[in-house]
Design a protein around this ligand. Structure first.
Ligand SMILES: *Cc1c(COP(=O)(O)O)cnc(C)c1O
Length: 418
């Protein structure tokens, strides 16, 4: 990757996605997983069309949660039969757009929503397949954000689904025909994924038995993690598939017509992304070195490290030249808050103004999950590098872009004459 050239051509700060890596990583995952398991890319983790194009070409299906994400994947030419839509607060417009597009399934998160889907499909005179998102009565420790086993706004409680019985299959237009569960994100322990999946597969069978619904699809969620911080280790894919694939094999043997779905966002994109920024100033304060860059946590909220008591750094590197990392640096951005610290006490070479730094493993939950309008800086540029060529896949916001949606009203600036 020619970082100096990318920065010269596209400026900084810029998110750089390695398209070859995206392609390779998904292909490796698909090759390792049981062939019946289809991988649906969660656009929430990275909604950029260029990133999605690469993943789709490598065989990804689409899991979307907003009209914009839905439009992205449809515009990319995705077969509607390979799209699921999920989210706890779907709007009437979202539900209608899904039905109009004829997507494979809406993943329903509440009983009132099921009634809405039924009504909306009825207005169009169609039946819409629905998977029930179930909030399981159980959770396995080991996910960074556990979903199951506690009160949640997501899904319908397992007990509620089981108690609903055959009524779930009796909607005229909402064709309840499958089960989805998502039990957490950033799971690094293969055993946790395996236990989650075993539970979900068993749950799907229990739900089918209690309600009489068909199992057109079982969506086992995902949440496969990547290591970000010191002391963490990447998920062991071989260890995962060794235990997971036999579970899938057993299930598909018993249910040969059931589509098996796995959702994945972070695992597919995180490692392919680098947040590229340029050092503007170097300075010292009370014995500590600071590199003040043109990038910051308004583009990379995850680097703030909310939720952990001690700040932990994303992997960060000097990319514009090679030099040995012998010093300790605080890497900060342009925001007027001490929280705008991308890395604290990171091992880096002696830095100078003009150096390019890259925050690695930044391809998931980057700008779209960050407060890009803080201090009105706007969204950074994004590029995809594929087969040795660099493609701008989102231009950076200009000041005009950032200000365009504000309106002025003369009355607001009328002098009151105090
Ligand atoms: C966020 C989310 C995903 C993607 O999670 P990752 O940890 O990025 O793989 C998948 N499914 C659901 C329901 C989600 O909310």
């Amino acid at each position: 990757m020619n970082w100096n050239q990318i920065a010269a051509e596209h400026g900084t700060p810029t998110y750089v996605y390695d398209g070859d890596h995206l392609n390779q990583h998904l292909r490796e995952l698909r090759a390792a997983l049981h062939p019946a398991l289809e991988v649906f890319f969660s656009l929430k983790s990275n909604p950029n069309r260029g990133v999605y194009d690469v993943l789709r070409a490598a065989g990804a299906r689409a899991e979307v949660s907003s009209l914009a994400e839905l439009r992205t994947v449809l515009a990319a030419g995705t077969d509607p039969g390979d799209i699921v839509f999920l989210g706890p607060g779907k709007s009437p417009a979202e539900i209608e757009a899904c039905i109009e597009a004829g997507i494979y399934a809406l993943v329903c998160e509440s009983l009132p929503e099921l009634a809405q889907i039924d009504e909306a499909a009825g207005r169009r005179g169609v039946r819409q397949r629905v998977l029930l998102r179930v909030n399981p009565a159980f959770s396995v420790k080991g996910s960074r954000l556990t979903m199951g086993g506690k009160p949640r706004q997501f899904g319908i409680d397992e007990a509620t689904v089981l108690a609903a019985g055959p009524s779930l299959g009796e909607f005229a237009h909402a064709d309840v025909a499958g089960v989805q569960a998502y039990l957490g994100t950033r799971i690094l322990d293969a055993d946790v994924v395996v236990k989650n999946t075993a539970y979900i597969l068993d749950l799907a069978e229990r739900i089918a038995a209690a309600t009489g619904i068909r199992l057109d699809a079982v969506d086992i969620g995902g949440g496969l993690g990547v290591a970000y911080f010191d002391g963490e280790q990447d998920l062991d894919l071989a260890a995962l598939t060794k235990e997971l694939n036999p579970l899938i094999e057993r299930f598909t043997a018993a249910h040969p017509d059931t589509r098996m779905i796995m959702e994945s966002g972070r695992y597919l994109t995180a490692d392919a992304g680098t947040y590229l920024m340029r050092v503007r100033y170097v300075k010292e304060s009370m014995g500590e070195k600071f590199a003040v860059t043109d990038g910051g946590t308004h583009h990379h909220m995850a680097a703030v490290g909310i939720g952990s008591f001690v700040k932990r750094n994303f992997p960060i590197e000097l990319l514009s030249r090679s030099a040995e990392s012998t010093e300790s640096w605080n890497v900060t951005g342009p925001l007027c808050t001490p929280n705008d610290t991308v890395a604290k006490g990171a091992r880096l070479p002696s830095l100078e103004a003009g150096d390019l730094l890259g925050v690695r493993r930044s391809g998931a939950y980057g700008p779209s999950a960050s407060p890009v309008y803080f201090l009105s800086h706007g969204h950074p540029a994004e590029v995809v590098v594929r087969h040795g060529r660099t493609y701008l896949v989102r231009r950076r916001d200009t000041v005009d872009d950032v200000l365009a949606k504000q309106s002025t009203h003369p009355d607001l600036s009328t002098h009151e004459g105090v």
